[in-house]
Design a protein around this ligand. Sequence first.
Ligand SMILES: Cc1cc2nc3c(=O)[nH]c(=O)nc-3n(C[C@H](O)[C@H](O)[C@H](O)COP(=O)(O)O)c2cc1C
Length: 205
Amino acid sequence: MPMLRFDPGGSSAADIYKLMIGMVVPRPIAFVSSLDERGVRNLAPFSYFMACTADPPVVCFVSSFRKGETPTKDTLRNVLATKEFVVNIVSEEFADKMNLTSAEVPPEIDEFELSGLTPVASELVKPPRVGESRAQMECRLRQILQIGEHPGGGTIVFGDVLRFHVDAEVLDGYKIDPDKLKAIGRMGGPTYVRTRDRFDMIRPK
Ligand SMILES: Cc1cc2nc3c(=O)[nH]c(=O)nc-3n(C[C@H](O)[C@H](O)[C@H](O)COP(=O)(O)O)c2cc1C
């Protein structure tokens, strides 16, 4: 295998980003709902996202710094102000609506209205859930960790999951049927994956 080597200092930040998002695939998507201090509803997808621990249940996502005068994204500003957010899992059926919310729009725009997605009241936090999403996690801010200071860097947001909501149709006990959840993931650039092509492998004892 002829391997090429790249060191972070020797390539542009944009090229390093391409390597990272091409290499770390597929990435799950946290579709985050939040509220600003006045109650304006915000939605945005984040594919720097993962489940961190189960006991306590903690998830994290990264809000990258924007170019320009306001580097902090609305989601991060809201989470820092209110300490609450919801992670909604994205299914194939509303992928296009999710995409609409990734547009850079002013903070006073209600992104539920922008996307046509349905706000459903949460039970333990103020930000609403996305009604079309078959699995949602109500979260309270646990901790943030800032990495770097400029575009390319960002802030990791850790949240404690206070309550899980799962569509009864996709559940068998606590097991989620991926064929019914129909979650999507993100590859590099504008490419996404479905979660239909799978195989099982039993771990050795
Ligand atoms: C599928 C997808 C994944 C994304 N992942 C991230 C991410 O992990 N971190 C990030 O800062 N922006 C990510 N973005 C871009 C944000 O969604 C976008 O900047 C959005 O406008 C932020 O909204 P906000 O200002 O309302 O928080 C992603 C966009 C898409 C479409």
